[in-house]
Design a protein around this ligand. Structure first.
Ligand code: 0GY
Length: 304
C-alpha cells in the first residue's frame, strides 16, 4: 500500500555527520523507531500522522555509523498496536535490538511469551493527546499487571503539565517505569522551578522510575547551532538533562529518537545529537552508566 505523508512532514536526515564524541564500547541507542516501510508494514488506520518510511536496514546503518552497538526499538503510534514492523526489525537484528511494544488487553498469554522470545522487554503507554486517543486506565493497569511477571517495564510518554493529573496512576504501576524524554519539561522555565521539581520528586520518591534524557531537539527552544561548525547544540536543554543524569545516574537512558517523528522546524543531524551526550554526562563513569550499564541491565540482563 502506498501512503501520502502528512503535509509538512520532515524526513530524517540522510547524511548525518560522524560524532566527535566516541561512544563507549557496548553503547545502546535506547529510543528509536522504525516506520514501515508502508508497502510492507502498513501504517495503522487510527494513526494521527503518516510518516516517511524508515526501515530496519536504515536504522542499523545509522547505528553503525554513529558507533552504537545495539538499539531499543520503541513502537511508534503511527503503527498503533500492530507491532509487525518492530518485530521484523528485532528478528533481523542478530540479538542487537530489544523492543518496546503497544498492546491491547486482548493480547493472549501465549502472544506475550512469543513477544518475550522475540526480544520485547516493555510496553508503552502514551498520554500525548496529539498522538493517541485515550485508553481507559483500567485497561492499561490490567496490561501492566500481566507484563510484570515477565520482568518487563512500562514506558510512559506524557507532557510535563499533565504529570499532576497522571501522578496517582503512574505511582501505582507495578513495574519499573521508564519516562520518555524527561517527561517533556518546558525548558523556558527554571530547572529548579516547580514544574521540573515535580519530576525530580517523582524520580526521588519512586526508585522504580527511570528517565530517558533524550530528545533535546524536541525540547529545545534555542534550537541547533547556527551553521558555523559549532557542535554544542540545544544548550537550553543541558541543565535539565544534566541534573537528572547527576542525581539519578543509575536510572537514565539515552536514545537518538531516530527517525524523529513530528518535528516541525528542523531535522537534527544525528551525529550532532551524539555530541550532546558529554554535555549532560560529563564523566566517563556517567557516560558508561547512561549508555552501556543501565540499558544492559534493563534490556539484556540474565533472565530478562
Ligand atoms: C517520539 C516522539 C513522538 C512520537 C512518537 O510514537 C510516536 O508517534 O513517540 C512525538 O511526536 O513527540 O518519542 O518519537
Amino acid at each position: 500500500m502506498l501512503f501520502t505523508k502528512t503535509p509538512g512532514w520532515l524526513d530524517w536526515y540522510a547524511g548525518p555527520s560522524k560524532p566527535r564524541f566516541k561512544l563507549p564500547p557496548g553503547s545502546v541507542d535506547a529510543h528509536c523507531h522504525v516506520f514501515g516501510p508502508g508497502r510492507e508494514f502498513p501504517f495503522a488506520p487510527e494513526r494521527k500522522y503518516t510518516p516517511c518510511d524508515a526501515s530496519k536496514e536504515q536504522l542499523f546503518a545509522l547505528r553503525d555509523h554513529l558507533g552504537f552497538a545495539r538499539n531499543v526499538i520503541v513502537q511508534a503510534t503511527c503503527h498503533g498496536a500492530d507491532n509487525s514492523a518492530l518485530l521484523d526489525a528485532l528478528q533481523h537484528a542478530d540479538n542487537r535490538a530489544r523492543g518496546v511494544v503497544t498492546l491491547k488487553r486482548s493480547v493472549t498469554d501465549r502472544q506475550l511469551t512469543d513477544l518475550h522470545a522475540a526480544g520485547v522487554r516493555g510496553v508503552r503507554f502514551n498520554f500525548v493527546r496529539r498522538l493517541v486517543d485515550f485508553t481507559p486506565r483500567d485497561e492499561l493497569m490490567e496490561i501492566a499487571a500481566r507484563i510484570a511477571p515477565l520482568g518487563w517495564h512500562v514506558v510512559i510518554y506524557f507532557e510535563a503539565v499533565d504529570l499532576p493529573e497522571l501522578w496517582d496512576f503512574f505511582t501505582a504501576l507495578p513495574t519499573t517505569v521508564v519516562v520518555d524524554h524527561m517527561g517533556r519539561p518546558d525548558v523556558r522555565l527554571p530547572v529548579d522551578g516547580p514544574q521540573f521539581e515535580l519530576f525530580i520528586q517523582f524520580m526521588r520518591e519512586y526508585p522504580n522510575v527511570w528517565s530517558k534524557v533524550s530528545c533535546p531537539e524536541r525540547l529545545s527552544v534555542s534550537g541547533p547551532p547556527a551553521l558555523n561548525g559549532e557542535r554544542n547544540a540545544y544548550r537550553d536543554v543541558v541543565p535539565f538533562a544534566r541534573r537528572i543524569v547527576e542525581t539519578f545516574p543509575d536510572r537514565v537512558l539515552w536514545g537518538t529518537d531516530w527517525p524523529h517523528p513530528n518535528l516541525k522546524d528542523h531535522m537534527p543531524d544525528d551525529g550532532l545529537l551524539v555530541d550532546f551526550i558529554p554535555h549532560i554526562a560529563t564523566t566517563a563513569e556517567l557516560q558508561r552508566k547512561l549508555l552501556v550499564d543501565n540499558p544492559a541491565l534493563l534490556y539484556w540482563a540474565e533472565g530478562k
